[in-house]
Design a protein around this ligand. Structure first.
Ligand code: SF4
Length: 651
């Protein structure tokens, strides 16, 4: 039997296990990526593991989430990251140089490589045939030290693309259609491999828009085969020698197949406040729009912004609507500037911003109260824009620009009728100026400016947890609904982000968006559990969402189901993730006394799957621990840091 493209890459990198769905495999990692808000902890963990040099082919540290440097804490973090990259041998991308996924795609991503990144949109370079997976920072630190990355072998699903996109339908509509059909949980435990004749009709930037937002489906990753488009795109970046032809065997067998006929697609939009709340744009046409933002790691490339610039050329935006353009990389800004498009956009009324995540996580351009914002981003979780009860829509650059011109949501096909002379701009691939070698914003390891760690007063130590105890009991500290995101657990707004390397301070904000008394109650209780519905911990890869509850004394989480990266993070920080059924979830009340009846430490080590949980000394439920042998050892040892140190000590 032939192999899928995913299997071929995994096979090339396999160090443990077999490629059987559901089995745990260990793979070798070629490249790692970290960003500023997860990177500080990655390097502190790398140091705590007594590692002294990066072992992967490429390691890159980007400064993209918190680039405005509101006070010394952000700037101290960036200086620490520069010093860590220099000391341990990683590339360092300065604040303002762009969003990690865009800069990595442009400079390092290559067909056939494996990558691990401490950011949930790490799968972006799947659009050029790289198998890239998002994980917690501790997994990145271990991989960077040469250790394998372990994962349960996902199902591999073929997404067969047929036909060709009609005018005004875009790659964003392909992934919005996937979300419309399969929801934010539809990709859990899956890798989406794009196949079929429609693939060659899409450019690399279009493909990376799709792989970027596969994360919103909950997928482990998404990947495209490579072809002449890939080769051409790499050669425009001066990296044609990194091209390799990769495709599945003709007789490859997939676990499932989905068919999307590109020619059936039309402009789509995700309504507030979930990326899967997708409808055709025409259904919400006429809704007044206060703010439009173009950019982010999903649609922040030169090729994403150029169509918008063409639509704006010679026109002006509506007087009541603000239009902000924040490119994904400085390279994209430079290309647009050299060709005169920045001036053209400014003349149309655009507020041109630096290349940063910024507004995507509520840092800058926070919408006004009770207003509508249209963004080309990938997420519109409630409150993520920096204001509670926000109203954020997600759409393509073309739909966003049409709304800025008209001041209301409009199907761009109709806008063409109204404004006349408005052809669909289409995608045009750009040519990069200069090379990475002379890029002053991307500092290679051999040009490093520091050879020792520089830690300011805001940079603390990584807390360690003791071994798992035999008895676990405590109150249900907080009961939450379905789809709790890592933004709920540890918000990413600018007043909080600056404490990402100061865990005692950051922990004060734990779950404050759900209940602002939570952190103090957890500390007072000195132990206890979180209770949640389905898909607990969806969203970003931030390991602080497990680390901070651990710091506050939380012992475990009882949930109907967990998001993949967050569950791995719970193991990595020694928190017991137990799955419960819907009826038991309904019966548990916040404040109930929870006791795991079994000898927990023994049960976890011995492979026991079902645990008896007694509630209020009154009734019992059966909870499940779905964990590999390796995850059980990590959990029992008090988390991955303690586990790895213990392993190293025992030789
Ligand atoms: Fe940055 Fe937003 Fe992309 Fe995350 S999703 S990397 S915050 S632009």
């Amino acid at each position: 039997m032939g192999q899928t493209l995913t299997e071929k890459i995994l096979d090339d990198h396999l160090v443990e296990g077999e490629l059987e769905t559901g089995e745990e495999i260990g793979i070798e990692i070629d490249q790692v990526l970290t960003q500023d808000t997860t990177g500080t902890l990655v390097w502190l963990q790398f140091e705590a593991l007594d590692m002294d040099e990066v072992q992967t082919e490429v390691a890159a540290q980007y400064c993209d989430h918190q680039t405005y440097q509101f006070d010394f804490k952000n700037t101290d973090d960036h200086r620490f990251l520069r010093s860590a990259a220099g000391t341990f041998g990683a590339h360092y991308s300065r604040p303002g140089n762009g969003i990690c996924h865009n800069v990595h795609k442009e400079n390092f991503a290559a067909p056939g490589k494996t990558m691990l990144g401490s950011d949930s949109h790490t799968p972006t370079p799947g659009g050029l045939g790289e198998l890239a997976i998002g994980s917690g920072g501790l997994d990145v630190a271990v991989a960077m030290g040469g250790g394998p990355y372990y994962i349960e072998m996902p199902e591999i699903v073929s997404v067969r693309l047929e036909g060709e996109l009609p005018d005004w339908a875009t790659a964003k509509d392909v992934i919005l259609e996937m979300l419309r059909r399969f929801s934010v949980k539809g990709g859990v435990g899956k890798i989406f491999e794009y196949t079929g004749p429609g693939v060659e009709t899409l450019t690399v930037p279009e493909r990376t828009t799709i792989t970027n937002m596969g994360t919103e489906l909950g997928a482990t990753t998404s990947i495209f085969p490579t072809d002449e488009e890939t080769k051409d795109w790499l050669s425009r970046l001066g990296r044609e020698d990194e091209y390799a032809e990769l495709k599945p065997d003709d007789d490859a067998e997939y676990d499932d197949e989905i068919v999307i006929d590109l020619s059936d697609l039309e402009p789509l939009i995700a309504k507030p406040s979930m990326p899967d709340n997708v409808v055709p744009v025409r259904e919400v046409a006429g809704e007044k729009v206060d703010q439009v933002i173009l950019g982010s790691c999903t649609n922040g490339g030169y090729e994403d912004i150029l169509p918008a610039a063409k639509m704006l050329e010679g026109r002006t935006i509506d007087r009541k609507t603000d239009l902000i353009v924040a490119p994904g990389s400085k390279q994209a800004s430079e290309m647009l500037a050299r060709e005169g498009w920045v001036a053209e956009m400014m003349a149309a009324g655009v507020n041109f911003s630096e290349a940063t995540c910024g507004a995507c996580i509520g840092i800058g351009h926070v919408p006004a109260s009770d207003s509508v914002s249209l963004r080309t981003f990938n997420r519109n979780f409630e409150g993520r824009s920096g204001i509670e009860d926000d109203s954020v829509y997600l759409c393509s650059p073309e739909v966003a620009t049409a709304a800025a011109l008209k001041g209301e949501i409009v199907d761009p096909r109709d806008l063409a009728d109204e404004l006349g002379d408005m052809d669909a701009p289409g995608i045009e691939i750009g040519e990069k100026y200069g090379t990475s070698a002379d890029d002053p914003d991307l500092i290679a390891p051999d040009e490093a400016v520091d050879d020792d760690l520089i830690k300011g007063p805001n940079i603390g130590d990584v807390p360690l947890k003791d071994e798992l105890e035999s008895e676990l009991a405590g109150p249900a500290l907080l009961k939450m609904q379905d789809n709790i995101t890592t933004d709920h657990i540890i918000p990413a707004t600018q007043d909080i982000l600056m404490y990402r390397s100061n865990i005692p301070k950051l922990s004060e904000f734990t779950l404050s968006r759900v209940d602002d008394s939570f952190a103090q109650r957890a500390l007072d209780a000195d132990g206890g559990f979180l209770v949640a519905g389905e898909n607990y911990g969806q969203g970003s890869s931030r390991e602080h969402a497990a680390l901070c509850p651990m710091f506050l004394g939380v012992e475990g989480v009882l949930a109907q189901s967990f998001a993949r990266i967050h569950k791995a993070n719970l193991f990595n920080f020694g928190l017991l993730p137990l799955e419960i059924d819907a009826d038991d979830y309904e019966k548990i009340e916040q404040g109930d006394d929870i006791e795991v009846v079994d000898d927990v430490s023994e049960a976890v080590r011995s492979g026991q799957e079902e645990f008896t949980v007694r509630v209020n000394n009154d009734w019992e439920l059966t909870a499940t621990l779905d964990a590999s042998e390796r995850e059980r050892r990590i959990l029992a040892d008090g988390g991955k840091l303690s586990h790895t140190k213990k392993q190293a000590e025992s030789g």
